[in-house]
Design a protein around this ligand. Sequence first.
Ligand SMILES: *[C@@H]1O[C@H](CO)[C@@H](O)[C@H](O)[C@H]1NC(C)=O
Ligand SMILES: *[C@@H]1O[C@H](CO)[C@@H](O)[C@H](O)[C@H]1NC(C)=O
Ligand SMILES: *[C@@H]1O[C@H](CO)[C@@H](O)[C@H](O)[C@H]1NC(C)=O
Length: 387
Amino acid sequence: MVLGVEISAISLLLLLASSASAQDGVFDIKKYNPKADIAEALSAAFKDACASATPSKVVVPAGEYTMGPVDMKGPCKSTVEVQVDGNLKAPAEPKGEPGWVSFEYIDGLTFSGKGVFDGQGHIAWANNNCNKNPNCKSFPLNFRFTSLKHALIKDLTSKDSKNFHVNVINCENVTFQNFVIDAPAESLNTDGIHMGRSKDIKIIDSKIGTGDDCISLGDGSEQVTVTGVTCGPGHGISIGSLGRYDNEQPVRGVFVKNCILKNTDNGVRIKSWPAMKGGEASDIHFEDITMENVTNPVIIDQEYCPWNQCTKDAPSKVKISNVSFKNIKGTTNTPEAVKIICSSALPCEQVELNGIDLKYTGTQGPAKSECKNAKLTITGTLNPPGC
Ligand SMILES: *[C@@H]1O[C@H](CO)[C@@H](O)[C@H](O)[C@H]1NC(C)=O
Ligand SMILES: *[C@@H]1O[C@H](CO)[C@@H](O)[C@H](O)[C@H]1NC(C)=O
Ligand SMILES: *[C@@H]1O[C@H](CO)[C@@H](O)[C@H](O)[C@H]1NC(C)=O
């Protein structure tokens, strides 16, 4: 059996030669001689995994690490999983990179693990003057997901991002599951998950606490499902703002169900800028939502104009239609629990209020619901009354 021994020795040598770092398609960053900053090791491991003709996995094992910006770019030869169980810290002082961790042009990505991605945003928030200066310096996002198809992002935590935690652009079929976003209420401009020009996006069983919108849907968001999400602190779940830029794509088909909003500014909201540009938001449905101590729990605001960046002298050119708010319960801390303020030029059509029961907990009562320029259907309870 000398021959057999020789053959297995040769195949062992071939195996070692063909892949210095992978075993069964697993690319552990520890095999890439990581330095104090693991950015290079992770990039190299991803590159090898991406070149693998069979499904592969990159692993960042449990531990504490620092890491500079990493851009993981496809197309890859097969599906890739990136499993991060370690806790990563971003550089406190960024060098102008748009994002800290970026994934681009990958078909079949799983991004998973127990890891916490700490963006170390405190310095950035303190220096953020974007509410006064439209040309303000922009800080990196924790995660950029660009042009992905069929991706699953699960179990990870995004903490203290310097800017938005997550931006999903030009993606299709991306699911966030058991994803955690954790930043304080005072962190400026830190939207949780923002998406735009993307289709078939799901956010499931996730916990989002941050200083701006928990979830925001920009133009071109289609077929979006949000279920089992707890939001707070934060500015709620928002469609828009729309109508600010030229050539915005419609937002169509949004289902938000079984969510809890806790101590948030705004609950569920659709917002568009007055005057300015056109746009469309349709087929948007909010159902089985619990509000706990929320400011403006139910709101369509077509006069959205923060920091006086616009004039309100002309109505919004964004058309809103087929919107329902069903079974929305809990408490509000402003007397205006329901506020449907649509455009006088393009009134909202097919807006349904069905089973709204919001108790006002403050002292500036009485509470009321207010509706303007909307074709409404009201069924079941409407508490507080109005509209
Ligand atoms: C969406 O992506 C997942 C992988 O995350 C895949 O299993 C599923 O089949 C895809 N769905 C569609 C409709 O392509
Ligand atoms: C309203 O939206 C729902 C969900 O997308 C859709 O099934 C329905 O056809 C829409 N109704 C109209 C009249 O557009
Ligand atoms: C309710 O919300 C208000 C305003 O956001 C906040 O000041 C207050 O602390 C909250 N109350 C509780 C019990 O969390």
